[in-house]
Write a protein that binds this ligand. Structure first.
Ligand SMILES: CO[C@H](O)c1c[n+]2c([nH]1)[C@H](O)[C@@H](O)[C@H](O)[C@H]2CO
Length: 449
């Protein structure tokens, strides 16, 4: 007999996006360019030469998109602020038109009973700050706190959920070590510095919020990918531990424990600096929640040549893989959530991103888009979350990635994660079957699982 699944009363059901991936109009109405402007217009960086110049045209179609959220029955909408739209130079003069865009969006969400969940930084660093060293300049912690204060001042009377950063690991690993994301650096000595300054900036923004008397929730969003050893050999077990320290513990340990995992020095070796003790006092500001972005797991084999973790993920022969090459492994989400709960004192958790890119069929007669693999992915992962809740994890909500098909960074528009299909030639939106499924899930608080 299948178990009747019940999520906690008040469990929040939402969907997520990010500014650069959906807004378009990156330079409209006084906005300053982000590092992505230069990166996407550098040939070879983005598949098919796609850019965020238009993307989902959300900057102009935002009212229509709020209607879509209402149609799906979203209770929350997680979105990010384009820092350069509000502060064109990253610091100093405020661009009122940019601030007004987010002000209107928040008001419209609230008017439709949708809770705004705001992320201050989702990778689109203002170019002007990158020209001053960006995440490599220790002053960025203050620059970020000043920007955060502008947003708190404008929106904290209505926004009750703030996240400082989205996935500092991706910024450091992709933007500074492997160069696959903006600003496109490939420097093993820069990566830990950028990563550490991201965490310092997080701490400075939380401290600023508390100092201004902020009474709502503020937290951080991290990607977590559980690392399993390919065999129980000491070499593979240690390889998985290095990979775990590098992608997972490197972020929440400083935030909650005020220190890095010891294994991180084994990962970076000579590239790992010593940090001033006061940095950890700043990073370790108490937070109200952790946003967990979960997509997949990895099974790791020891590999001396695979810098920096010296571990190689092995493809699992009997598994389903998504279009981004990620194994569908819902059990990894339960393992992830129980790990966070056990290691950091069971903090309130939101799934701030979870979803999959599968090849979607074209819009069928009657406007239906049948995406059974995505429905199956959501069903499996929500059941995994429910298992974590049963195990005592303090789960507060879930945001599907993503509301709309959007610019999947270096993949361009080739990878579609949306509950809603976007025809990028016409900007027509079409709810996929997964959106209708999600609507039922929300209406029944998960009972249809
Ligand atoms: C390693 O990071 C996570 O796998 C991850 C996956 N994703 C993310 N992080 C980002 O937060 C989104 O902007 C991406 O669009 C989304 C889908 O790729």
């Amino acid at each position: 007999m299948t178990q009747t699944i019940r999520f906690p009363d008040g469990f929040l059901w939402g969907a997520s996006t990010s500014a650069y991936q959906i807004e378009g109009s990156p330079l409209a109405d006084g906005a300053g360019p982000s590092i992505w402007q230069r990166f996407v217009h550098t040939p070879g960086n983005i598949r098919d030469g796609d850019t965020g110049d238009i993307a989902c045209d959300h900057y102009r179609r935002w009212e229509q998109d709020v209607e879509l959220m209402k149609q799906i029955g979203l209770q929350a909408y997680r979105f990010s602020i384009n820092w350069g739209r509000v502060l064109p130079q990253g610091r100093g003069a405020v661009n009122q038109a940019g601030l007004d865009f987010y002000d209107r969006l928040v008001d419209r969400l609230l008017a439709n009973g949708i809770k705004p969940m705001v992320t201050l930084f989702h990778w689109d660093l203002p170019e002007a700050l990158d020209n001053q060293g960006g995440w490599l300049n220790r002053d960025i912690a203050d620059w970020f706190a000043d920007y955060a204060r502008v947003m708190y001042g404008k929106l904290d009377d209505r926004v009750t959920s703030w996240a400082t950063l989205n996935e500092p690991w991706v910024v450091a690993d992709g933007g500074y070590l492997h160069g696959t994301l903006a600003p496109g650096h490939r420097n093993r000595f820069e990566a830990p510095i950028a990563s550490h300054n991201l965490l310092r900036a997080h701490g400075a923004a939380v401290k600023a919020y508390r100092e201004m008397g902020g009474k709502h929730d503020i937290g951080i969003v991290v990607n977590i990918e559980p690392k399993y050893p390919a065999t129980n050999s000491p070499a593979d077990v240690d390889a998985a531990a290095r990979a775990h320290a590098y992608m997972n513990a490197q972020y929440l340990d400083p935030v909650f424990l005020g220190r890095y995992p010891e294994k991180i020095k084994d990962v970076y070796g000579e590239a790992w600096p010593e940090w001033p003790a006061e940095d950890f006092e700043l990073i370790k500001q108490p937070i109200d929640f952790v946003g967990v972005n979960y997509y997949t797991r990895s099974v790791n084999k020891d590999d001396a040549l695979a810098y920096p973790v010296r571990a190689t993920p092995l493809r699992q022969t009997s598994a389903t893989y998504t279009e981004t090459g990620w194994e569908v492994y819902a059990r990894g989400l339960t393992d992830t959530l129980t790990w966070v709960a056990q290691r950091y004192g069971n903090p309130p958790l939101y799934i701030t991103e979870n979803g999959a890119a599968f090849f979607d069929p074209p819009v069928a007669e009657g406007g239906r888009i049948n995406d059974p693999l995505r429905v199956d992915y959501y069903q499996k992962h929500l059941r995994a979350i429910h298992d974590a809740i049963e195990a005592g994890v303090d789960m507060r909500g879930y945001c599907a990635w993503s509301l709309l098909d959007n610019l999947e960074w270096a993949h361009g528009f080739s990878k579609r994660f949306g509950l809603v299909h976007v025809n990028f030639a016409t900007q027509e939106r079409t709810l996929k079957d997964s959106a209708y499924y999600y609507r039922e899930l929300i209406a029944s608080n998960g009972k249809v699982l």
